[in-house]
Ligand binder design. Structure first.
Ligand SMILES: C[C@@H]1N[C@@H](c2cn(-c3ccccc3)nn2)[C@H](O)[C@@H]1O
Length: 447
């Protein structure tokens, strides 16, 4: 039966207010990781760190004193937030998540709480204000990433074992609250906060504080959207409380992984944050292993939207503020695809139709309009569509090339085959828009 909690989930089911409904329509987002680590790009003294580049400080090849003084070289003369926003706009991105402070503690805004900030760099100026303005002007909502774990702060603790730990960590909690107050006050356009670095015992033992902090932030900015990575409950559970209820406005556990089935989503809102290389969020001079092609990223986007979520693709600009070619190509290719097919992504949700091998269904929210996002054309050239009983497909249109005559053949129980013209191949994923209606009569009338 239900476990009595003071600091578990305070809401069951999805948030239904307008801000969250907008969040649900996004489909595609952009993550940007930028900071002191971007100056090293995963390399030090000619050697490559074989982990995620933004974690290079944990590598014993880089002395803390060296890493913690890197910011004194941060001077991104090529930083052009208007250009960044234009690239994101062209890509079809609807929301941005940007690193204000990563685990190393370096603040990209002129915080009054520490000297380890952009104000102490040769660049001096606030990075975040012009970024928020440029993206907001481009019609892209801004969310701010904030790492609770802060390797630079003397009062940070991984665990609370002694009274001194608790006294120090209480100071750290106050510091954290002050920094977050600065961010929401300096950048009131912020639609939400993306918390990270909250997996250690010190935070798991601070459930009451995480609860009061979330309530404080939402009182400061009504409508603020905060995922499930902030809170811990009375017993140290994260994401879901001891009763299995999500603590947060959406499930924030999908980092570099995508749910397999709708059941994995547990009726929550969710987004998946994804790197283009296998791992590594900050600029990495040498990408290790396989990096995703544009078609692979588009397939991940289709997968996410088809299961009711959003996909947030990560970019790691160099220390000088420029993007690497692979990321610019991905943005361009995805943008070109979205230009033709975004009706299958924006304002869409889980369709609930029987999945077929050719790809993914999405459904337009509030309408009987469905989309087939096709990645695998069968050798027959015919795509099977099996709507739920008593529904039938009445029209099928190829997005972007309505002239291409695809034909719709009705088969059993409201099902259909969509026949593609001989030798049809676009070499990239394509979308067929379906109009449907409830079948009238008993369903055994002449086909
Ligand atoms: C969004 C991503 N989250 C950070 C992260 C967290 N972790 C991690 C790795 C192992 C255990 C717990 C957390 N690895 N990377 C990455 O540095 C990036 O910011």
């Amino acid at each position: 039966e239900k476990i009595e909690l003071q600091h578990g989930a305070h809401r069951t089911g999805k948030r239904t207010d307008a801000d969250m409904q907008t969040w649900r329509t996004y489909g595609l987002g952009q993550f940007i990781h930028w900071g002191a680590y971007s100056l090293l790009g995963g390399k030090y003294n000619g050697e490559y760190y074989n982990g995620a580049a933004e974690w290079i400080r944990v590598w014993n090849k880089v002395p803390n004193a060296v890493y913690d003084n890197l910011y004194k070289q941060f001077n991104p003369q090529q930083y052009n937030p208007t250009q960044w926003a234009a690239m994101a706009k062209q890509m079809g991105v609807k929301y941005l998540t940007f690193t204000t402070k990563h685990h190393d503690g370096f603040c990209l805004w002129p915080s009054k709480t520490t000297s380890y900030t952009i104000a102490g760099t040769p660049y001096k100026k606030d990075i975040i204000k012009p970024l928020v303005e440029a993206y907001t002007k481009a019609g892209i909502d801004v969310y701010l990433y904030f790492s609770v774990m802060d390797w630079s702060h003397p009062d940070w603790r991984y665990d609370l074992k002694t009274r001194e730990d608790t006294i120090a960590f209480d100071r750290f909690k106050k510091f954290t609250k002050d920094q977050l107050t600065e961010l929401l006050t300096l950048y009131p356009e912020t639609k939400g906060l993306w918390f990270d670095g909250t997996w250690d015992n010190s935070w798991k033992k601070s459930g009451a504080f995480t609860d009061s902090l979330e309530q404080y932030l939402k009182a400061l900015r009504p409508g603020l959207i905060i995922g499930s990575r902030l809170r811990a409950d009375d017993l140290g559970n994260r994401h879901n409380d001891a009763n299995g209820l999500l603590m947060g406005d959406y499930e924030q556990g999908w980092e570099r992984k995508i749910p397999k089935t709708y059941a994995d989503v547990h009726g929550n809102d969710w987004d998946c944050v994804m790197t283009i290389p296998e791992n590594g969020w900050g600029y990495q001079e040498k990408w290790l292993g396989h990096w995703k092609t544009s078609n692979e990223l588009i397939e991940m986007l289709a997968q996410c939207v088809s299961l009711g979520g959003n996909l947030v693709v990560n970019f790691g600009p160099k220390g000088d503020g420029s993007f690497r070619p692979e990321e610019m190509t991905a943005a361009k290719d995805i943008g070109a695809w979205m230009k033709i097919n975004s009706n299958a992504i924006y304002n869409c949700e889980y369709a609930g139709w029987e999945k077929q091998d050719w790809g993914y269904y999405t459904k337009r929210t509030g309408e009987n309009k469905y989309y087939m996002i096709v990645f695998n054309v069968p050798v027959s050239g015919s795509l099977k569509v099996q709507p739920p009983r008593n529904w039938t497909v009445t029209k099928a249109t190829l997005l972007g090339d309505a002239t291409k005559n695809i034909s719709l053949e009705k088969i059993d129980y409201g099902g259909s085959f969509i026949h593609l013209p001989k030798g049809f191949s676009t070499g990239k994923p394509f979308v067929i828009e379906l109009e449907t209606q409830k079948a009238t009569g008993t369903g055994n009338e002449q086909k």
